[in-house]
Design a protein around this ligand. Sequence first.
Ligand SMILES: Cc1ncc(COP(=O)(O)O)c(C=O)c1O
Length: 393
Amino acid sequence: MSVPPPPEPITGGRLLFSLDPAVSHLNHGSFGAVPIVVQRAQQRLRDEMEADPLRFFTQGLVDRITHTRRHLAGFLGADPDGTALTTNATTGVAVVLQSLGLRPDDEVLTTDHGYGAVEFSVRRECRRTGATHRVLRLPLAATDEEVVQIVRAGLRPGRTRLLVIDQLTSATARLLPAAAIAGVAREHGVSVLVDAAHAPGMLPATVQSIGADFWVGNLHKWGYAPRGTAVLVVARPWRERIEPLVVSWEQEAGFPGRVEWQATADYTAWLSAPVGLYTLRSLGHDRVREHNAALAAYGQRVVGDALGVSPVDLPDPGGPGVAMRIIPLPAGLATNIDAARALRARIAERLAAQVAVMTWDGRGWLRLCGQVYNSPDEYERLAGRLPALLAQR
Ligand SMILES: Cc1ncc(COP(=O)(O)O)c(C=O)c1O
């Protein structure tokens, strides 16, 4: 079957970044990439900090953080008074878990599409408090209605205290109907934490309309912010119950200040994050989103074709705008995390291509992303060389 053409390139996209030109960077989803102007903005802030540290920390830093928080919340469609800057999504999740006051009769429900580190965090908090952790299985091909049904059937009212769902899953690149799931959970009196690590910059900015109790999102993936920039959004009834991981000088300020001020730290990533959003806007945010999603879909088709995967067996994200796609690997490859890591490293070393290799549901998957710095020939080159590499077991 012929592959639909790739999208029109975004001219100059690659030159905005300082990426090694000898490598195909096809995994923006894991650690992002920071545009050069954003790197420079952060460096200027660091220069200012090092010129007079006392002045930097004691004269206006809290106000600058507040201003940044308002800017980022506005971009995300979140209530600025319910939004706290954090260093990453994992930290936001940990803040929520330890603020819940779980008890031995409580249960935390996650899905089998959840992010590994978040699962570890839930497991630890359940171990610490005596609560139970239960994992709900969601078939990859389930429709949104089926997903909502499975979640509805899986809730145990009175017992399930928290449901953790992903807005866009990492290992399976699947959009979940977060607003509908949050609605069902609310009907049953269950609180919801939405892990939206990939949403800022990639998905429409609609945090408030999702109606979750807690929402975490990374700006340092698709929002072009320096690493260490994320937000935790908390619904009004919970705000005063949220405790920071580290108690510091803003403790008495309440939420969100007490979560944001984590003692003497480098806050320059947050302060330069608006430059990332400015970069996105000046390229044309909708244009970037459409380009990236179409390029990821193109990559999925050419690499899928090369591996002999029929288009009907290529998982669909379940909605528009998703710039990550997965491809099933031949049976027996990457069936556990160590094998997946080893294969990812082998592809990087031998094919000069950075990709994600995941294990999910007992089999291996390749995940490809699309970004403004990518071009169709990078996926075509991977497609040309990957089958031979995979054949060498
Ligand atoms: C779904 C999901 N949740 C959480 C994270 C963790 O992000 P961070 O390492 O920035 O905390 C990721 C990272 O890829 C992710 O994909």
